[in-house]
Ligand binder design. Structure first.
Ligand code: UD1
Ligand code: CA
Length: 484
């Protein structure tokens, strides 16, 4: 296929109907902006010149376009005088000949396949203009396709300028065109603002080319959903759903089990290996990768997370984390940026971890917070242990060795280290390093005040059962936790 000469993306519109502080083309679908989807779709045509017409929210749109598509140049349209005006500006100072693709920056569902086929048909027909058309269930608002007696494309009439008969036409202009550049240049200088909106319509170029004897073609798409434009929040949600179904279908075709595709939202950038299973209510976002035989969900959100083979993540929220093979996460884990879980380790129920490494086979099974720590291999962190990493001013690190047993409800006050094979006693507040092989105990010794309930709470149910259990009021006053 010949390389395309020029591509022009129209994105100067205000997007008022979105009712948003964010420019319309910068709203995201499946993790990418609307305009990013469009620019990606046209990439395989490898246009020599790529021009994006910007206007409203100029700076934000320009910066974004330059970031995602460094080869693109942006053209500023100071006043929105219509699509014809936008194209006039885009053609200024451009001497290229050959073919130009023109499309709107707000049609994120268009695919490369469709554009490549469209381009091939245009070249084969040696057309001066080809318009991609669609049959819409509800054509309201779109330009209608007018054909002459021979069936050839004769022109396009906008909804607001169409008479009753024309409004009945179901074939619409998708806003995606291919022109011979010379034919376009010649005709676009002749368009006028003589229409209901007082704008320069790009669509008027078609009848001008037709009347002057140029060859025009309307090429119908088989899938109208690809050409849907985004103008309001409802259409944005509709496009999201279509994109979601498309992405899920792709993964299922690649061998991924998706139990409920309607509640599974996967960003376009996510990669999943065959035989992974995704349960309902799950969102996989950003640069997430799921390895084979992993189980994700139900109701889990993973953003920029790598999940190893055979790992499971259940009812959890994870971001910026690396989850090794065979790891178990959840239910109700919260993994934050910088979490690395070694192979076959575990982050269990109600566990929060950030900026920490948990070594191979180590477990943080219940109700714990682990922050700014390194945990060795084969170590167990007892229930309700808190890594006290923040002294109110700075965050400090905690180092835990291999095969350590941290007792339940330990407070590990950073900076601190617990050596290989060491233990801590349950309920300790550990403020000093614990050397390898030692037991760190930091709590008041228990004392039992014998007979206290019988003396101070006599007549209660507790006193009653204690008596029955053989307790006596006049127990010796030995209070060291030892029975007399
Ligand atoms: C346009 C077509 C219509 C077609 C529809 C498909 C015209 C006159 N009409 O209508 O036939 O069915 O698209 O979606 O072209 N833009 C600029 N500068 C402007 C005006 C618009 O850059 O001065 C951009 C917009 O940001 C948008 C695109 O051009 O991305 C289309 O403009 P819009 O106003 O949405 O045109 P429609 O009324 O949808
Ligand atoms: Ca539009």
């Amino acid at each position: 296929m010949n390389r395309l000469n020029v591509a022009i993306v129209l994105a100067a519109g205000e997007g008022t109907r979105m009712k948003s502080a964010t420019p319309k083309v910068l709203h995201t679908i499946a993790g990418k902006t609307i305009i990013n989807h469009v620019l990606e779709a046209i990439e395989p045509l490898s246009a020599e010149y790529l021009r994006v017409v910007v206007g409203a929210h100029r700076e934000a749109v320009e910066n974004h376009v330059h970031e995602i598509s460094p080869a693109a140049s942006t053209i500023f349209q100071a006043e929105r005088n219509g699509t014809g005006h936008a194209v006039q500006i885009a053609l200024e100072g451009l001497s290229a000949t050959g073919t130009v693709l023109i499309l709107a920056g707000d049609t994120p569902l268009i695919t490369s396949d469709t554009l490549v086929d469209f381009y091939a048909a245009h070249l084969e027909g040696q057309n001066d203009v080809s318009v991609l058309t669609a049959l819409l269930p509800d054509p309201f608002g779109y330009g209608r396709i007018l054909r002459d007696e021979s069936g050839a494309l004769a022109g396009i009439v906008e909804e607001r300028d169409a008479d009753e008969d024309e409004q009945l036409i179901e074939e619409v202009n998708t806003g995606i065109y291919l022109f011979d550049l010379d034919a376009l240049r010649n005709a676009i200088s002749q368009i006028t603002t003589d229409n209901s909106q007082g704008e320069l319509y790009l669509t008027d170029v078609i009848s001008l080319i037709h009347v002057s004897g140029g060859s025009t073609a309307a090429i119908l798409t088989t899938d109208y959903t690809e050409t849907l434009g985004i103008n309001d929040r409802g259409q944005l949600a509709e496009a999201w759903a279509i994109m979601r179904d498309r992405i899920n279908e792709f993964h299922m075709q690649s061998g991924v089990a998706i139990v409920d595709p309607t509640t599974t939202w996967i960003d376009a950038s996510v990669t999943i290996e065959a035989d992974a299973t995704i349960y309902p209510g799950t969102a996989l976002l950003g640069e997430t990768h799921i390895s084979t035989c992993a189980i994700i969900g139900p109701r889990s959100t993973l953003t920029d997370v790598r999940v190893g083979a055979g790992a499971s993540v259940i009812e959890s929220n994870c971001a910026g984390s690396d989850i090794g093979a065979g790891v178990k996460v959840g239910p109700y884990s919260f993994l934050r940026a910088g979490t690395v879980l070694g192979d076959n380790s575990k982050a269990g129920a109600f566990v929060e971890i950030k900026n920490s490494t948990v070594g191979e086979g180590s477990k943080v099974p219940h109700l714990s917070y682990v922050g700014d720590a390194t945990i060795g291999k084969g170590t167990n962190i007892g229930a309700a242990t808190i890594f006290v990493n923040y002294d109110g001013v700075t965050k400090n690190r905690i180092e835990i060795g291999d095969q350590v047993r941290i007792g339940s409800d330990t407070m590990l006050v950073a900076p601190i280290s617990v050596g290989d094979g060491a233990y801590t006693a349950a309920g300790s507040v550990i403020t000093e390093d614990v050397p390898a092989g030692s037991m760190g105990v930091a709590r008041a010794r228990q004392r039992n005040i014998l007979g206290w309930v019988l003396r101070k709470r006599s007549g209660t149910k507790s006193a009653e059962v204690a008596l029955r259990a053989g307790a006596s009021e006049s127990a010796p006053q030995k209070e060291n936790g030892e029975q007399a």
